[in-house]
Design a protein around this ligand. Structure first.
Ligand code: DQA
Length: 146
């Protein structure tokens, strides 16, 4: 099984970005934790990050050829991007929405997700551990688990 982790804008700044909200782990450190677990579970993972909406759209469009599931932290695009939502719907690629912070405990504009209706599930509020939980959730979507 191959899981593609896509990360949206400003997540390259994790580690120093609002550590009271997002914690002190860098995206690279989160990736290392996920990959260590994935190896023990026999799952292939790949991490990408972009500050550009169109690049994320292109990665989603191409993902069915290379990956089984997307784990998507769309960051601020969660709340604004019809393009990301349409890309997920167009490909039919099983996608999990994740967030480090509990977006529902934050500003009102973060309560709305445009991508949630086309995602298979949502994980939010566990800091870097949201990415680990998402790996287990992605595995649970595998046809072998059904
Ligand atoms: C985030 C939550 C979003 O509201 C915010 O814009 C982010 C990060 C999170 O992981 O908690 O950039 O997706």
């Amino acid at each position: 099984m191959r899981v593609l982790y896509l990360n949206g804008p400003n997540l390259n700044l994790l580690g120093t970005r609002e550590p009271g909200v997002y914690g002190r782990l860098t995206l690279g450190e989160i990736e290392a934790q996920v990959q260590a677990l994935a190896r023990t579970l026999g799952v292939e993972t790949e991490f990408r990050q972009s500050n550009h909406e169109g690049e994320l759209v292109t990665w989603i469009q191409h993902s069915p050829a290379t990956h089984d599931v997307i784990v998507l932290n769309a960051a601020a695009y969660t709340h604004t991007s019809i393009a990301l939502r349409d890309a997920i719907a167009a490909t039919g690629q099983p996608t999990l929405e994740i967030h480090l912070s509990n977006v529902h405990a934050r500003e009102e504009f973060r309560h709305r997700s445009l991508i949630a209706p086309v995602c298979r599930g949502i994980i939010a509020g566990f800091g870097g551990h949201s990415y680990i939980l998402a790996l287990h959730a992605a595995i649970s979507l595998s046809p072998l688990q059904k």
